[in-house]
Structure formats: structure tokens, C-alpha cells
Write a protein that binds this ligand. Structure first.
Ligand code: CP
Ligand code: NVA
Length: 288
């Protein structure tokens, strides 16, 4: 059975917990020895590219970073033909795409496992690191109280919500009307008021208001999200809570400098966990 990893919902609860367990193991060896992993990027990246490259190296493999214009996914060549070509050389094909549909087409075209490194719909590698971080900080997943303040309809929030729901964490998402989570999920509640979302929270999470590819909506979005900034007043409502952000952060928009730098900010631990969970995800895919 080919182990693609395209969304958290498809990974499922068992898969998710297996990846987290693999992420914390130090005896994975070098299952990628002599093998390549293709890393195709249609959008910029700091964390995903670097954490994936290092995770591949730690498993003994060779990462090949491929920029947008090099393969021209869907322009120079179809998504299917790109996937079939990369499958000739690589054990795993990983891609960051504008359109989630391209990942489905790549996965359908090859027997090699395909890994989603972010699409318009989901960011499973981020959610895996988020959950590992939540478990390290609070000592649990089931019953952990999470608040997400901001764009509920973006890739990061969707994957976080799927993950929280699968493990029984309680997530409250606060978003302006029209920008809420598209799905109804067990243990996930949508509200409009940020203060209501952070009430009793152990984790407060936010992400940018304008995701990559949404630049033409910048003005409307900045207006709609202005009351959703995570500032000291908002986190002052739950002083014990840890602050998380997938990064990159637009300081002064969705979060203030003071919150990013406060003693309860765990954003760098979260960023480091991207590498450990990337290693876990790759190891899980290789077991297929
Ligand atoms: N969080 C995240 O995916 O960061 P990059 O866009 O820098 O990879
Ligand atoms: N929602 C953001 C996440 C970046 C890691 C974006 O898609 O730009």
C-alpha cells in the first residue's frame, strides 16, 4: 500500500500518532541510504525546505530541491508527467503547490509516495509539528485546550483542526464572518469573538491573515482581520497559555512583537519540531 501523505484527515488518527512516535525516536537508522527525495516548491519556504532537507539527510538520503520554474508543474509539463519523471530517480516525491488538485494528480500518476509540503487546502507537516509541540508543552493531546485566532479557512488552520479532532484535543477557532473553518469536526468549535476562543486555553495559535497566493485580497483581509491581532491584552486573558505560530509571522499584523518574544512563546521549539516530524513523516511513508 503506497503511503501518500496529503492531508491529516487521510493520515487518520493511527497514522498521526505513529508519525509522532517516529518523530521522537533516535534509532531510525538510514532507510533512505542511496536514495533521493524530490522537493518541488511552487511557493517560497524557509522552514519546510530546510527541515525536509535535513530530515532526508538524517535518514541517509539525498534531497533534491526543485524551484518553481525548473519543472514548471502544469505549465512546462503536466503534474502527472512531472511525477512520473521524478519517480524514476526518487523514493519519495514531496511538493508545495498552489492547487491541492495537483498533488492528487501526482499521487494518482505514480506508485511512489507523494508528500504534501503545503497546498491551498492543507499543511499536514505543519499540523504534525504543532501536535508534537502541544504534547511536549501540555503533556497531552486528548483534552488539550487550543485556541486559534485568525483565518479559519486557510491551510494551517484546516490541518490543525483535522489533527485536533482526530486526537480529541478541544479547538476553538475565532474568525471574522466569512473566514471560518469550512468543515464541521468533532471537538472543534467556531466562534467570532477572539476573547471567547482564548478563554481557558492552554495554547493560543495564529497564522498570517494573507496566505501565499492571496495577495490580491490583501486590503480586504487586513480590514476584516484587524480585530483579531494576538496581542498582550488577548493573551493576558489566559496567562498560562503557550503561544504558537507556524511562521513566517507578519509582526504588527496577526501578532505583536511583544507576544512573539514573550516567555510563553514556543514558536522556535515549534519550528525545530518541523524537522523531527518531517523525519517521522518520511519514515512512516517508507514503511508502506
Ligand atoms: N511554516 C512553514 O511552512 O514555513 P515555510 O513557508 O517557511 O516553509
Ligand atoms: N497560511 C500560510 C502558511 C505559511 C506556512 C500560507 O499559506 O501562506
Amino acid at each position: 500500500m503506497v503511503r501518500d501523505l496529503l492531508t491529516i484527515a487521510e493520515l487518520g488518527r493511527d497514522g498521526l500518532l505513529e508519525v509522532l512516535a517516529l518523530a521522537e525516536r533516535t534509532d531510525l537508522g538510514t532507510p533512505l541510504a542511496g536514495k533521493g527525495v524530490a522537493l518541488v516548491f511552487q511557493k517560497p519556504s524557509a522552514r519546510t525546505r530546510n527541515s525536509m532537507e535535513m530530515a532526508v539527510v538524517q535518514l541517509g538520503g539525498h534531497p533534491v530541491y526543485i524551484q518553481k520554474d525548473e519543472v514548471g508543474l502544469g505549465t512546462r509539463e503536466s503534474a502527472e508527467d512531472v511525477a512520473r519523471t521524478l519517480a524514476c530517480y526518487h523514493q519519495i516525491i514531496a511538493a508545495r503547490v498552489m492547487d491541492h488538485e495537483d498533488l492528487l494528480r501526482m499521487a494518482a500518476a505514480t506508485e511512489r509516495p507523494v508528500l504534501n509540503m503545503l497546498s491551498d487546502k492543507s499543511h499536514p507537516l505543519q499540523a504534525l509539528a504543532d501536535l508534537l509541540t502541544v504534547r511536549q508543552l501540555t503533556g497531552k493531546l486528548e483534552g488539550a485546550k487550543l485556541a486559534y485566532v485568525g483565518d479559519g479557512d486557510n491551510n494551517v488552520c484546516r490541518s490543525l483542526a483535522e489533527a485536533a479532532s482526530l486526537v480529541g484535543a478541544e479547538l476553538v477557532v475565532a474568525s471574522p464572518e466569512g473566514y471560518g473553518l469550512p468543515d464541521t469536526l468533532d471537538n472543534v468549535r467556531q466562534v467570532v469573538d477572539p476573547a471567547e476562543a482564548v478563554e481557558g486555553a492552554e495554547i493560543v495559535y495564529t497564522d498570517v491573515w494573507v496566505s501565499m497566493g492571496q495577495d490580491d485580497e490583501t486590503e480586504t483581509r487586513l480590514k476584516a482581520f484587524a480585530p483579531y491581532q494576538v496581542d498582550e491584552a488577548l493573551i493576558g486573558r489566559c496567562p498560562e497559555a503557550w503561544f504558537l505560530h507556524c511562521l513566517p509571522a507578519r509582526r504588527g499584523e496577526e501578532v505583536t512583537d511583544a507576544v512573539m518574544e514573550c516567555g510563553k512563546s514556543a514558536v522556535w521549539r515549534q519550528a525545530e519540531n518541523r524537522m523531527h516530524t518531517a523525519r517521522g513523516a518520511l519514515a512512516w511513508m517508507l514503511e508502506g
